[in-house]
Design a protein around this ligand. Structure first.
Ligand SMILES: *Cc1c(COP(=O)(O)O)cnc(C)c1O
Length: 411
């Protein structure tokens, strides 16, 4: 039991070193938004940046903007800006395409880098697109897939020890439970067994400091519309460790990944560096939104971010205990991402009831009530209000109203 009061939370907000970031986002009044792990909030500087790209760069300068406004270089300049957020060197990250396409590219490249091995090690219960893309990749490559519980160290070690794993695809943070995996240790274990690793960073980039280089990571992918706040469908990124640049061959060999695209040669020759992971023209207007949000991220101290994230999730776990729902998220702070998941078979209706009260979380089948904590725009008082509302919804039974049971297309 906890005796934290709302005034205590307001006091913590007043002392919060990240507190000023809240005002840098355009959030509806009165809403507690705990779904920034699905679609991040809109930074105040983003609409102006998009307008500038559309009205000036496109509208007035037209084709000249490919050079003048740096459109052609955006995959690299944005990649370099994003690199510190994932602990990579600037030339190891490129921005472009979506996470699903980038999973495809990195998995095929990793399989090709590890000839003689034909197993892709995946995790049971991973985000669907990771599993589905793996199915597609193994079919095309004549490889096979094996799945393990990524939170079971013995199972992971056993699967890698078989000696036939070419590449493991693992989520850094589990999208359902919020469990944070030990990237350094698992990467080391994979390498010791001759396997490469593709890390999916969708639920860790912008949620906590990611240290790809320190962990010796091979490849990573991630989206930018969750904790990075770059907007719906914003371009994703690929990290490729510099040591793999010369030999890596990805399958979507479009002209943006060519060594000399403006030679317009008939044959493909891969570009140097991470640029070889690019394919075709990118959505420049969407990239403008990412540009604006990454500018804001340059100001963020990631250690402060992590400390606040853990404080927010800890507070939510404590304050929602009276609801009596099972905690699906690891209780140990060092094993937790920036979300809290609770289990209940009627979780969908409970989340709908909460949304009606202005507290936005989401539900992941079969029984997960999921709450994301974006430390840049969430306040301790928001956490207090959200937790109080959840306890109230559960105790009052208001979620039993039939209108909350109606499933919508997007949950
Ligand atoms: C959100 C998410 C994705 C998203 O893939 P898209 O191609 O952007 O739709 C992929 N993997 C994980 C683990 C995710 O959480």
């Amino acid at each position: 039991m906890t005796s934290v009061t709302r005034p205590d939370c307001v006091r913590r907000d007043d002392e919060d070193p990240l507190g000023s970031f809240r005002g840098r986002f355009l959030l509806p009044e009165g809403l507690v938004y705990l779904d920034g792990n699905s679609l991040g909030a809109l930074p105040a500087q983003t609409p102006g940046r998009i307008a500038q790209t559309v009205e000036h760069e496109w509208g007035r300068r037209l084709i000249a903007s490919w050079n003048e406004a740096g459109w052609w270089e955006k995959p690299r300049t944005l990649g370099a800006r994003l690199a510190p957020l994932v602990g990579a060197a600037p030339h190891e990250v490129v921005v472009g395409d979506g996470t699903s396409a980038n999973l495809f590219k990195t998995l095929v490249a990793a399989l090709r880098l590890n000839p003689g091995r034909d197993v892709v090690l995946g995790e049971a219960g991973n985000f669907p697109t990771d599993l589905y893309i793996t199915e597609g990749v193994t079919e095309i490559m004549g490889a096979v897939e094996r799945r393990v519980d990524a939170d079971n160290r013995a199972a992971l070690a056993g699967a890698l020890a078989a000696g036939d794993v070419a590449v493991a695809l693992l989520s850094h943070v589990d999208y359902r439970t919020g469990a944070l995996r030990d990237m350094a240790e698992i990467t080391r274990l994979a390498h010791a067994n001759g396997a490469l690793v593709v890390w999916d960073l969708c639920h860790s980039v912008g949620a906590l400091p990611v240290r790809l280089a320190d962990c010796g990571a091979d490849f990573a992918v991630g989206c930018t519309y969750k904790y990075l706040n770059a907007g719906p469908g914003a371009p994703a990124f690929i990290f490729a460790a510099a040591r793999h640049h010369a030999a890596a061959r990805q399958p979507l060999t479009g002209w943006h990944g060519h060594a000399r695209p403006f030679d317009f040669a008939d044959g493909y020759a891969p570009a140097e560096g991470a640029s070889r992971f690019l394919s075709g023209s990118q959505p420049v207007v969407a990239a403008a939104a990412l540009d604006a949000s990454l500018e804001l991220w340059q100001e963020v101290d990631l250690d402060l971010l992590r400390a606040k994230s853990l404080a927010l999730t800890e507070l939510f776990i404590e304050l929602t205990e009276p609801a009596g729902l099972e905690l699906a998220t690891p209780r140990a702070a060092e094993r937790r991402g920036s979300q809290v998941s609770l289990r209940h078979p009627q979780g969908y209706a409970m989340v709908q009831a909460l949304i009606e009260r202005g507290v936005v979380g989401d539900f992941r089948a079969p029984d997960i009530l999921r709450f994301g904590f974006a430390p840049l725009y969430l306040r301790y008082a928001d956490v207090f209000d959200a937790a109080t509302a959840l306890v109230d919804v559960v105790h009052s039974g208001e979620w039993r109203d039939p209108r909350f049971a109606v499933a919508r297309a997007v949950t």
